[in-house]
Design a protein around this ligand. Sequence first.
Ligand code: H79
Length: 452
Amino acid sequence: MKKIAQKIMTLLLVAALAASSVAYVPAQTASAYTVPSNMKWWARDKFGMFIHFGAYSYYGQGEWAMNEQKISKKKYQTEIAAKFNPTSFNATEIVKYAKQAGMKYIVITAKHHEGFSMWDTKVASFKDYTGTKTFSLQSYTKFGATGRDVLMELKKACDKAGLKFGLYYSIVDWNHSSQNIGGTLSSTMTSMDARAKYITDMKAQLKELVDLYDPAVMWFDGDWSYSAKKPTLENWWTKSDGVDLYRYMKSISPNILVNERVCRSFGLGDFECPERSIPDKSAVPKRPWETCQSMNDAWGYKKSLEKSYFSTGSIIRDLAMVASEGGNYLLNIGPKGNGQMTSGSKKILKGVGKWMKTNSVSIYGVSASPFKKDPSWGTYTRKNKTVYAHVYKWPKNGKLVMKRYKNKKIKKITILGKSKKLKYTIKKNKITVNVPKKAPNTKDTVIVVKYK
Ligand code: H79
């Protein structure tokens, strides 16, 4: 999977080449779309936490292990899911870390592809391979006897801290008796009748989730058909199912936000979802969008990758780059099977929080960059008449050359978090700012240009 950091390097390279050959590019936003009123909070908040937590967290080999390792339903259920015992799950701590990092909403997996329900589902068909026990955290593990509801704990902690709460739900279900692993969608239906029954039951589960947790976002996944054709056993999820699912969600929860993965590639849902990638400045979606990214190459806890986290700096730069293109950023953590946050994720969240403490005004509520192309040193965000220059690559000569916004007059230029005014000169559409020799923040220094 391609890392966003690599993508940014390519973008910077392209931008650098472009900057040397193209003279003046008229002010033009990288993305321009109207935000529907029910999405205003989401578009303003910009930054959320994704949590992948399920039976796979106990196994510690990533959320795709069952599929990748061809583990049978019986084995997965009895040897992995049944042993999942997240007694150390601490919703208050997770929310504290999210809030401190500057995140404004959380989306947690209610059911991933493994088909394990993280809540006390009463929908009868979500049973184990014997058809006798419900395949859920409450019914299938000894943790169930504690009477705890981790989704409710997180929901309550979010409410208390003023964060919005959302749920992830996988359409594909590797453990449901209607499906077997394999095929175009990674699961194949056993019959068309089973398909119809599964869809009805899936909706019943979604109704349970809405009734129990009233999520602000329902984040679907496992919809890979890209097909508007009639369903088949292998390509069993289609565009018309996506259209229907979206309508259904809005009918049971009018204000809920639903991602495009009710069946992606048809412009459905309220927002688009690039995964682990930032669109090119020239190909930014024309409607609200959110990039999801994890902190390493897995989403669910993967022990072997615990020493391979991305750098805090690359995550901060991704967040700013996404904001500069008018998008949201959903950053994932994969807690361990016992529920504990990993030390790697805590370190990154702390680092992002440290940066956000000074620099969050250059992220929340910003518009996309007013310029079509990025400079070689980083990117821009804007709020009304203030342009924020995010400098990733600090100029060695102490002179930062940036574009002038709409030929406006300048009120002052400062480094975000500092009061000292920086000296500058203007030549037509270029501003040259005298900056300190050393980068005040090696991850991303934000220069504030206030226009009159
Ligand atoms: O939940 C996380 C991942 O588990 C899930 N989405 C994030 C948020 C995910 N990411 N990538 N994938 C799942 C793998 C997708 C693989 C695919 Fe395919 C390749 C989909 C279509 C082609 C595998 C092969 C599944 C169907 C055929």
